[in-house]
Design a protein around this ligand. Structure first.
Ligand SMILES: [Zn+2]
Length: 368
């Protein structure tokens, strides 16, 4: 980047730049040489570390997501499925060029069908399964990689009708076979991804939580709020609704690190969808609070998530193109928490209010 020429610069600078280009943009310091073999070794170490981060964060998400998906089935309409609390490894590919490696074309982490997460208080959490166990069989079928294992687990659970399923794992030279029970949960395929931006996304079927968001979160409850928010987008069918309204909506997000990168992947048009997407964000925040309350998550001061988000990037306070501004989100979450606390005090069921119950249309009228 130091060799780039910028067309708006004055002529002398341009000439200087051309001279710099001709002379090869050299440096005068003698920096250490890096041998290809050293590079290869260090790159492999860094990939191992990246994989370990994914393993650790997958276990964290398994523990935090389980109470939410297992305690909210009455509010997940027909979007429910049997789950046993196992989180299987997820493949991520890194071009070798990004690691400075020369050999091969792509480094892959998470290819083995290993167990990366075992949710506490789930059937798997109460079983002898351990992190790192490699799944080699589900039902009567053999398994060879993580992608196949995830697909077969989902299919076998869907066909099980809640009955225990056979799972075979390899642990070192040992082979362990067991019958694992499952429970009905809100439909959710939640994974962690190696991405440092403060973000999480939902695409209607699955949820992705970035490593960066886990680093940003100051408490387990904040991560649970994000999981609840993304789950709400999927459960409330925001993606198909947005797609019908705007034609191309595919992915919803919680909060982005990059100002202007509003919809993950740039797939969501600003055109025609601004007001709608704000409504979806408000509803996702609202429903998430109820999901957390029903999972017995401590909601005390959880709305401060939005204050901290704003404090990270002041522009976020005016980040209103497709998302409610952070001050609005803070206030709405605080009011939702108070609504839930009032119901608790009266011993009422923690059921989200609908517009008909509220009997008004002020929400949308006042907050566009
Ligand atoms: Zn969202």
């Amino acid at each position: 980047m130091f060799c780039q020429l910028r067309t708006h610069l004055a002529l002398p600078v341009l000439v200087f730049g051309l001279v710099a280009l001709i002379t090869g943009c050299t440096i005068s310091s003698r920096v250490p040489l890096v041998l290809p073999s050293e590079l290869e070794e260090e790159a492999k170490s860094q990939l191992d570390l990246a994989e370990q981060t994914l393993r650790n964060n997958t276990q964290l998400i398994a523990d935090l997501a389980w109470p939410i998906v297992a305690n909210n089935t009455p509010y997940c309409r027909n979007l429910v499925e049997y789950r046993n609390g196992i989180w299987i490894a997820h493949e991520e590919r890194v071009p070798n060029s990004l690691m400075g490696m020369r050999s091969g074309s792509t480094a892959i982490v998470g290819k083995q069908s290993e167990i990366w997460g075992i949710a506490k208080d789930s059937p798997a959490g109460d079983s002898p399964l351990q992190l790192g166990d490699r799944i080699v069989g589900i039902g009567d079928q053999a398994v060879t990689n993580s992608k196949q294992a995830r697909k077969l687990m989902r299919k076998t659970l869907a066909q099980s009708d809640g009955k225990p399923i056979k799972i075979v794992v390899a642990r070192g030279s040992e082979s362990i076979e067991l019958e694992l029970e499952s429970v009905l949960t809100c439909r959710s395929n939640i994974r962690v991804t190696s991405n440092s931006s403060i973000n999480a996304t939902a695409n209607g079927r699955s949820i992705t939580i970035n490593n960066g968001l886990i680093v940003f979160a100051e408490s387990p409850e904040e991560i649970q709020f994000v999981i609840g928010h993304e789950l709400a987008h999927n459960i409330a069918s925001h993606v198909p609704k947005a797609r019908a309204g705007a034609g191309i909506g595919l992915i919803f997000d919680i909060a982005l690190a990059g100002y202007g990168r509003v919809w993950a992947g740039g797939v969501f048009s600003y055109f025609g969808v601004r007001a709608m997407s704000k409504r979806y964000e408000r509803e996702a925040d609202y429903l998430a609070m109820y999901y957390l309350a029903n999972a017995d998550v401590d909601l005390d001061d959880i709305e401060s998530f939005w204050r901290r988000m704003a404090s990270m990037d002041m522009r976020r306070t005016g980040f209103t193109l497709t998302h409610p501004a952070t001050p609005e989100r803070f206030i709405m979450m605080k009011k939702t928490r108070e609504e839930i606390e009032a119901k608790r005090a009266k011993g009422q069921a923690l059921v989200p209010e609908t517009k008909r119950q509220k009997g008004d249309s002020r929400v949308e009228a006042s907050a566009q």
